[in-house]
Design a protein around this ligand. Structure first.
Ligand code: UD1
Ligand code: CA
Length: 510
């Protein structure tokens, strides 16, 4: 369906009006059709569980419906019913099992009892997640004020193939919806499509559906056929054109999923940019639906912000970084190619480049974590620096402490994890291993290259390495001996080179 939709359709923009204020919809039941398999996706996962824009299709639809405050939201489930139910239940959606799936009209009949005595039923397909609440509000308003039996949300698109087409009786009324497979050559030219989103007056729907026969190649009961039945009875059937035809995009193929995902991502980036965030080369940046960011934050190209990530004001997230459930205070700089998951950075921190902040890390104000540093379940105290080549796991570091390059907390003994506690204003010399459980007191010093296995009290020096021995003149003497026996490195190499010249051995690639 790529390029199917007329992006700049010259359509009369109905549907966005002053009458779309939130009004109670306590006489409305919403039905989300989500029982189909989605054969065209070629997937073991039910269609509506596929993701676009960071959420499953059916979850996006359910969230949009929720905003209407209806009496009830129903999901018609069939394929992978349990998983689909689990996806929408937390949103207060009730599911109704349709087994087998004999078409969209059959799905409505299955839901009849659950729809009960509602006045209006709003029907949506579970595979068209771009629909907006505002558009649905406008549709319901049109339906109510027009006293209609049915009101269809339609869209005018440049490539209508695959969709049912709206056959109009007059400018204001509809005669029928004709499915793509049943179009005459002339009807094929129609470019007003059925979005599969409708309002029905419940008392008119049931008698009409009762007259629909499964007269199509799939032998299914099509909800779309109820439209012709209503129109032929002289009932009012309206079609309202969606203000943005992209809202009608259904996801039948992987290409449709990609197109819908791209639109969701663009919407999200625009939302953040409207809120005062700078995004460079926006089309390269992927942002999840629940992410927030404060004013004057800058996001460089190729960044992913996922999960419940929240960025404060004036943060910079540089290129190639991936943040998942990361909470950043104000003025945090994330240098290139850094990963942060399930962690808190209080503010004024710098992390990376090439840092990996794993779950349960907490960087207090101004703490710095530099290149090739990994942290996990670690508190890095205020103003503390872990600048390079270090692993800090299951550890608590006080404030204004300095961790030398190559320091490792040995938190794992092969069976259990143990904690390391480091106090305030501690200095850990480079290339030290701290074998947990171990405590380093405030103000202590650890000599470089130490293996620390015992606690170091405050203000003490901990040194855990063998003493250095220096033998003056030793190297010079060694070289003289080697030269005398013809074994020094240089002459050895020269001889080798001379002998290999004739054979012209291929050089080793570096
Ligand atoms: C449907 C419409 C078509 C419209 C298009 C818009 C019909 C017959 N056709 O076609 O006019 O242009 O949507 O996207 O309605 N489902 C059930 N139970 C069933 C069959 C389907 O719950 O027995 C659900 C599917 O899971 C899906 C939705 O209904 O979410 C629509 O079904 P789908 O097969 O995608 O219909 P389309 O061929 O796209
Ligand atoms: Ca569809």
């Amino acid at each position: 369906m790529a390029t199917r939709v007329a992006l700049r359709s010259i359509v009369k923009r109905t549907g966005r009006g002053e009458n779309t204020r939130t009004m109670p919809n306590k006489d409305v039941v919403i039905v989300v059709l989500a029982a189909g398999k989605g054969t065209r996706l070629k997937s073991s996962l039910a269609k509506v569980l596929h993701q676009a824009g960071g959420r499953s299709l059916v979850e996006s639809v359910a969230r949009t419906c929720f905003q209407l405050s209806p009496k009830k939201i129903l999901a018609i489930v069939g394929h992978q019913a349990e998983q689909v139910t689990a996806a929408v239940e937390p949103l207060g959606v009730e599911s109704v099992l349709q087994q087998p799936q004999n078409g969209t009209g059959h799905a409505m009949l299955v839901a009849k009892r659950a729809i009960g005595n509602a006045k209006i039923v709003v029907v949506l397909p579970g595979d068209a997640p771009l629909i907006r609440t505002e558009t649905l509000k406008a549709l319901i308003h049109t339906h109510r004020s027009g006293n209609a039996a049915a009101t269809i949300l339609s869209a005018v698109v440049s490539d209508p193939s695959g969709y049912g087409r709206i056959l109009r009786k007059s400018e204001n009324s509809v005669a029928a919806i004709v499915e793509d497979s049943q179009l005459t050559a002339e009807q094929r030219e129609l470019n007003e499509i059925n979005s599969s989103i409708y309002c029905f007056s419940v008392d008119k729907l049931w008698p009409a559906l009762a007259q629909v026969k499964p007269e199509n190649k799939h032998r299914e009961i099509y909800l779309t056929d109820a439209i012709a039945v209503l129109a032929s009875k002289g009932e009012t059937v309206l079609a309202q054109i969606a203000p943005d035809p992209r809202e009608a995009l259904g996801c039948n193929t992987r290409a449709d999923l990609a197109e819908v995902d791209a639109i969701f991502r663009e919407r999200k980036r625009n939302e953040l940019m409207d809120a005062g965030v700078t995004i460079q080369l926006p089309e390269t940046v992927l942002i999840g639906p629940d992410v927030t960011a404060g004013e004057d934050t800058i996001i460089e190209p190729g960044v992913q912000l996922l999960g419940k990530t929240r960025l404060g004001f004036r943060c910079i997230v540089r290129t190639g970084s991936i943040l998942n459930n990361a909470v950043l205070g104000d003025g945090v700089t994330v240098e290139p190619h850094t990963m942060i998951s399930d962690s808190h950075l209080d503010g004024g921190n710098t992390v990376g480049p090439f840092a990996r902040i794993r779950p349960g890390s907490h960087l207090k104000k101004g703490a710095r974590v530099g290149n090739f540093v990994e942290t996990k379940k670690a508190v890095i105290g205020e103003g503390t620096k872990v600048p390079h080549l270090t692993y800090i796991g299951d550890a608590k570091l006080g404030s204004h402490t300095n961790i030398g390059a190559g320091t490792i907390t040995c938190n794992y003994d092969g069976a259990n994890k143990h904690p390391t506690t480091i106090g305030n204003r501690v200095f850990i010399g480079s290339n030290s291993v701290l074998v947990a459980p171990v405590k380093i007191g405030d103000g202590a010093y650890i000599g470089a290259g130490s293996a620390i296995t015992e606690n170091v009290p405050p203000n003490s020096l901990g040194l855990g390495r063998s003493r250095q021995t220096t033998k003056p003149g030793w190297a010079a003497k060694k070289r003289r001996e080697m030269a005398a026996s013809g074994h020094d490195q240089k002459s050895h190499k020269l001889r080798k080179h001379a002998s290999s010249k004739k054979k012209s051995r291929p050089r080793r690639k570096r």
